[in-house]
Design a protein around this ligand. Sequence first.
Ligand code: TRP
Ligand code: ZN
Length: 470
Amino acid sequence: MPRSAPLLPTPLVPTALLLAGALALTACDGGVHGTPGGSGLRDPYFPKMGNGGYDVTHYALDLAYDPDANRLSGTATLTARATQDLTAFDLDLDGLDVEKVTVGGRAARWNRAGQELTVRPHDDLEEDRVFRVTVAYSGTPKTITDPDGSKEGWLETEDGAVALGEPTGSMAWFPGNHHPSDKASYDLTITVPKGLQAVSNGELTASRTSGGRTTTTWHTAEPMAGYLATLAIGDYDVHSSTTADGLPVYTAVDPAEAAASRKVLAQIPAVMKWAQDTFGPYPFSSTGAIVDRAGDAEYALETQNRPFFPGAPDTETLVHELAHQWYGDSVTPKTWRDMWLNEGFATYAEWLWDEDHGGDSAQKTFDALYDHGEDDYDDLWDFPPGKPSSAAHLSDSPVYQRGAMVLHKIRQRLGDTAFRALLRDWPTTHRHGNADTEDFTSYVEDLAPDEDFGPVWEQWLYGDGKPAQP
Ligand code: TRP
Ligand code: ZN
């Protein structure tokens, strides 16, 4: 590092840049020739999300929530491995007050600029070092408005709060490497006033009440992307049961939605059985659902193990979110550009559920969309699923319905038997991992080397406008 490089204290240089410059100057101190990790992973749609230079393997979140004050406080302990020599690294955290940061048990310097929490450990970190970071923080967590105008992050509800994280909301309630490409296991301990429940992903491992407060712990052993983490606090009717093959089912339902939810949630074992027959072995250790009131959030989300629904879902929505457990939660997109791999498959799951249960065939659903797409979904042909026009349109129908149409075009070329095998084998191949669109298209091509998939990719996956032929 050039020691002579000038530090420019001009007011025009943002603090983050100044700090990064200052950190780079001291990089040689410990004999490690490190540099700061990058402040973003250059995702094509959310370039600041995630950070460079390390990989998180575990999050331990030890939190308390006071619903009257809407105040969250606690400590996040991250276990991570350096992927380069590091003098500093960033975490994503939007809002909240940071009180203290340690790395390897020693107090660390830190600085904040926008969603970047830049941490300068006392000692530089060598590549491959496994290290532990703690961040003590508190405050009123933010509700984030997405580029598409929908609300996520921390949402106050009638009787508590719920945290929803797609695509960026997780940084509103815990610091982390908030990009789908960095998955980790989780342990969450949450303390709330006695009488309220606190529900998260994974399995409940302990709950105790004392001094007017209830502390509950949740364990998620399988890798989870940050956007799939959830925490729902409120008054819930809780039911624990098991499916016929012994999979634990945990549902938490707002009492106001209990009557409307009973029948549809009773379908969880049947949907899980069909989904396992269709998509292969379930990748997680428990299943279930969280149902809040209809006005508590604007959309359902495939939160890992336990999808979230604002209001009692219909069967289609339940099928959609449970299918995401394979497509999205276990096989997670490498970047947000690959989101059609989540939504196309989850939408196709709805079509197949109908086909397999005496409803319309997927072909009929496809045809109806192709013929009437202009009326029913006037934006269906706005952009291709493989290249969404902008972050504001990631949850539009080209990603969902046209994404499912791409899968149907693949089915037509492969035939039903090979396509059904693909539905099971793709999530097995990438179980608990990440995959992108090119991984998928080359996988499909390898299944049928004599078949020409060019037109499917060119017209349906990447082509502008409505393909000339259905
Ligand atoms: N993934 C959710 C679903 O289909 C929907 C959703 C919620 C979403 N938030 C989003 C999609 C943000 C894109 C962007 O079940
Ligand atoms: Zn979905």
